[in-house]
Design a protein around this ligand. Structure first.
Ligand code: ATP
Ligand code: MG
Ligand code: MG
Ligand code: MG
Length: 476
């Protein structure tokens, strides 16, 4: 085994197969029969019916490597060493079968015995009041008590990173495993420790013990069927195993990164701003390629808008690097080559992927120069007026006329220390929706009132980053 991403994925799945788990293929990024989620953001998400008892699982022990998209992490991408919008989540699941003892012991066995990671660099965390997990870690696994971090609920909000819960229903404490990457990745603050937001102590694995049924108001009942739901980021594991600086340096990602450098004539790690662009494109081309292969196409609503934003953002950063013309289709060839072993659908859908990327990029390229020029003019006016906030109307004009997703405008403004009027923008959007609705009411589509379609396109635009927030953070 050479610690390549494909080897690590196989090693994990085979390890859990050896523990009697059934290995299932990754599910689509598009949730099936689940309106609560825009895109699959965790290994457990497509398995929900097995957890709730709605459906009988093919076996009580299942293992997967699941494609995930977390748009809630988009602002971190390119800036931290560990966040991507698209990543693969390794997971082992128990539906009313094994519980904490096995889950904890196996996660430790896999990391320290199969992968032979140095146990002195691993730090478990637990939910503050989970004495059972504490006992297992200290007495059964043999981790020194002082190496275990307890995370408590925030006394004001009641929230806790280590208690998995979404409204009413099955919920429970978590136990995470962090890897100490060493001081050079730290923030340098004297209190830098597990839980710090910097890249030193990197969360690698989260074990969720769904043992309660919550009433949604802080009341919990022990479940008779206790479940295990775990998630480990494959790219993060590869960072540890390949001993590289960030997720953008692991084998599969580096191939994409190198291709971007080749296309732009830029070298990685020469200019900090260029590096952010290179990393951002490396990430966004992966998420775009995988989303299209699962049937998502660019549009102005829902999943389609997620994709549109990713492609347009990458296209804009490609320009910043000096790449001429369309480049995403060519780049997605590298993604497909790197990932087709694990995901053969990428190869099968390659023509559709190339066509979709190029069409979207071309459409954006038609207006981007003009849009950037207009935005520069707007910025000059802001400076002259001594203001730091672009009006909602101007932000809307960029969106509506020049196809600038609002976060792209926000990002360009931010580089100069400006912001935009989000409420004003939203008001313009709402006005446009109402106009569209009124127009549809007047138009009689083949004798039917077209306003019946109104519900379909309501989930638009500016809430983008928040779409999966409620279900993405600290959730496996
Ligand atoms: P973090 O606190 O670092 O943002 P998280 O607590 O949100 O991670 P979980 O929801 O617990 O993450 O997901 C399980 C695992 O998936 C994490 O331990 C991590 O290895 C991986 N993971 C989560 N978010 C990302 C991401 N944006 N990019 C790559 N891997 C991720
Ligand atoms: Mg997170
Ligand atoms: Mg976390
Ligand atoms: Mg977590």
């Amino acid at each position: 085994m050479n610690n390549g991403v494909n080897d690590l994925r196989r090693a994990y799945l085979e390890f859990f197969e050896s523990k009697d788990h059934l290995c299932l293929n990754s599910f689509s990024l598009v949730p099936q029969n689940d309106n609560s989620l825009l895109l699959i953001n965790a290994g457990m998400a497509p398995l929900k019916p097995y957890f709730t008892g709605q459906e009988i699982p093919p076996r009580k022990r299942v293992t997967t490597c699941q494609k995930c998209v977390r748009t809630g992490d988009i602002d971190n991408v390119g800036k931290t060493a560990r966040h991507l919008t698209f990543f693969e989540m390794l997971g082992n699941f128990s539906f009313g079968d094994y519980f904490k003892h096995e889950a904890i012991a196996w996660s430790w066995e896999f990391l320290t015995e199969v992968l032979k990671l140095d146990a002195d660099r691993l730090y478990p965390s637990i939910y503050g009041e989970d004495e059972e997990a504490f006992e297992i870690w200290t007495k059964e696994v043999g981790v020194a008590p002082e190496r275990i971090t307890r995370f408590y609920r925030d006394p004001e909000t009641g929230e806790c990173d280590n208690f998995w819960e979404h409204g009413a229903g099955p919920c429970g404490p978590c136990s995470e495993i962090y890897y100490d990457r060493g001081e050079k990745y730290g923030c340098g603050k004297p209190d830098c420790k597990v839980g710090c937001d910097c890249d030193r102590f990197m969360e690698v694995w989260n074990n969720v013990f769904t043992q309660f049924n919550g009433d949604g108001h802080g009341g919990y009942e022990e479940l008779s069927q206790k479940n295990i739901d775990t998630g480990m980021g494959l790219e993060r594991l590869a960072v540890v195993m390949q001993d590289v600086d960030s997720v953008f340096d692991i084998d599969t990602m580096k191939a994409i990164r190198d291709k971007i450098c080749e296309m732009s004539g830029k070298k990685y790690q020469v200019d900090a701003l260029d590096d952010v662009s290179i990393r951002l494109i490396t990430d966004h081309i992966r998420s775009s390629t995988f989303l299209i292969s699962d049937g998502v196409t660019p549009s102005n609503e829902g999943r389609g808008y997620v994709l549109r934003r990713l492609i347009r953002r990458a296209a804009k950063h490609g320009r910043a690097l000096g790449i001429k013309g369309t480049f995403m289709a060519k780049l997605s060839e590298t993604v497909i080559n790197e990932c087709k072993d694990g995901y053969p659908e990428l190869w099968e859908k390659r023509e559709f992927i190339f066509k979709t990327l190029t069409a979207e990029e071309e459409q954006f390229n038609k207006t981007i120069d003009k849009g950037l020029e207009i935005l520069a003019g707007m910025e000059e006016k802001l400076v002259a007026a001594g203001s730091k906030e672009l009006s909602g109307e101007d932000t809307f004009k960029l969106y509506d006329t020049y196809g600038f997703p609002v976060d792209l405008t926000a990002e360009i403004l931010e580089e100069k220390g400006f912001t935009y009027d989000a409420a004003g923008f939203e008001a313009c959007m709402e006005k446009q929706r109402q106009t569209a609705r009124a127009a549809r009411k007047e138009t009689n589509y083949m004798g039917a009132d077209a306003s019946v379609y109104d519900d379909i396109d309501l989930s638009v635009t500016s809430e983008f980053v928040g779409y999966d927030k409620t279900t993405s953070e600290s959730t496996v």
